[in-house]
Design a protein around this ligand. Structure first.
Ligand code: MRU
Length: 359
């Protein structure tokens, strides 16, 4: 079968000098294409907190590079002080956003390299940290490809897929997770139609998902979040594909605010609801969704952002949780790079990942 490879925007990589992280500033899409090179700790932190780089896997890739870039700047020549500085940088970057566990996992992975080399000189440790950061990036490409293959096996030509937020190449490395099957289908000439929830309040569905699907020539329609029920009732949706920020041991899944509502609607209409994500998004230390920290963001995002004039009076109180948890009972399957996990998830995770059902 002819494969027409789609070119994906390079959202995160090391700069040409190798001493900064280069990102496509997602907060300015779709109107402006701006690349930033970041090397200062405060700028790296701000890029995550302000969603210039966003999406759980992309945050993880970025964080790996960020820790490495900061390690390169260290003036310490002795192992102990160098490691302490790396640990401080890890803690600082890790505090930028609380929900996506990939951030912690990838920072820990790059830090673990430094922790495992007590007898090495600092330049050798720095080089090994760089290798680990690059490996995280390469592995993500392979994981997204495998997830996309598994996801594509769950749908058929002509299906309508509803998605929420953005789980495409911009949120990962290549293909994406929730959007991965759509990109793969496009490359293979299989027609699918994407329905994109706009995803209030920051409009990742409108600004990013519709943008990257459109750019790739994938058939898509943008809807407001409150239209999903009608579109499902009209029979336009055959499956829901969403990404994830943290999956608990029992399958409860945190993803962008509004995802759990989509899952409840899907259950009502008898539509399969699939969560797609790499195994680095599963937090085996977290027993269930009640233990997932939910980010609370500034209310200004509801009142002011992205509109030419404010949409509410300044004194209006706002509540702005950035994520919600979808109960595992609403999830048809969790699609990972190692395979498709069906309920009960503690058992299928144990089978697929070879981990004990309890940790
Ligand atoms: O606040 P965001 O834009 O970082 O939220 C992103 C999501 O909720 C994505 O669906 C999730 O991170 C998975 S990305 C493959």
């Amino acid at each position: 079968m002819e494969l027409k490879r789609i070119t994906h925007a390079e959202n995160v990589r090391l700069s040409d000098s190798g001493r900064a992280v280069r990102i496509l500033d997602q907060s300015r899409l779709p109107n402006e294409t701006v690349y930033l090179e970041l090397s200062q700790a405060e700028d790296l932190y701000e890029a995550i907190a302000s969603l210039r780089v966003r999406g759980a896997p992309a945050i993880g890739i970025f964080a790996g590079y960020a820790l490495y870039v900061l390690a390169l700047q260290s003036q310490e020549t002795q192992y102990g002080p160098f490691l302490e500085a790396c640990r401080r940088n890890r803690d600082y970057l890790n505090s930028s956003r609380p929900t996506a566990v990939n951030l912690r996992h990838m920072l820990d992975r790059v830090l673990a390299v430094a922790e495992s080399m007590p007898c090495a000189d600092v330049p050798s440790i720095q080089a090994a940290m760089g290798q680990a950061a690059r490996a995280i990036h390469q592995e993500d490409i392979a994981m997204c490809t495998a997830i996309s293959e598994y996801g594509l096996s769950l749908v058929k030509a002509g299906d309508g897929i509803l998605t929420h937020c953005n789980a495409g190449p911009l949120a990962t490395s290549r293909y994406g997770t929730g959007l991965g099957p759509l990109f793969l289908a496009k490359e293979r000439g299989i027609p699918l139609h994407a329905w994109c929830d706009e995803t209030r309040p920051l409009l990742q569905g409108a600004r990013l998902t519709a943008y990257e699907l459109q750019q790739a020539g994938i058939d898509c329609t943008l809807i407001c979040d409150n239209m999903a029920s009608l579109v499902m009732k009209e029979g336009k949706i055959n499956a829901c594909f969403v990404g994830c920020d943290r999956v608990a041991r029992n399958g409860d899944t945190a993803n962008k605010i509004g995802t759990s509502g989509v899952a409840i609607l899907a259950k009502h209409y008898g539509i399969p609801f699939y969560v797609l994500g790499p195994s680095s998004t599963i937090d085996f230390t977290c027993p269930d969704g009640d233990h997932i920290p939910i980010e609370l963001r500034d209310g200004g995002e509801l009142k002011e952002k992205f509109f030419s004039a404010p949409v509410a009076l300044p004194q209006v109180k706002c509540y702005n949780p950035a994520f919600d948890v979808t109960d595992h009972s609403l999830i048809t399957a969790i699609v990972t790079e190692k395979g498709i996990c069906y309920p009960p998830f503690e058992q299928s995770f144990a089978q697929v990942f070879g981990r004990p059902e309890k940790e």
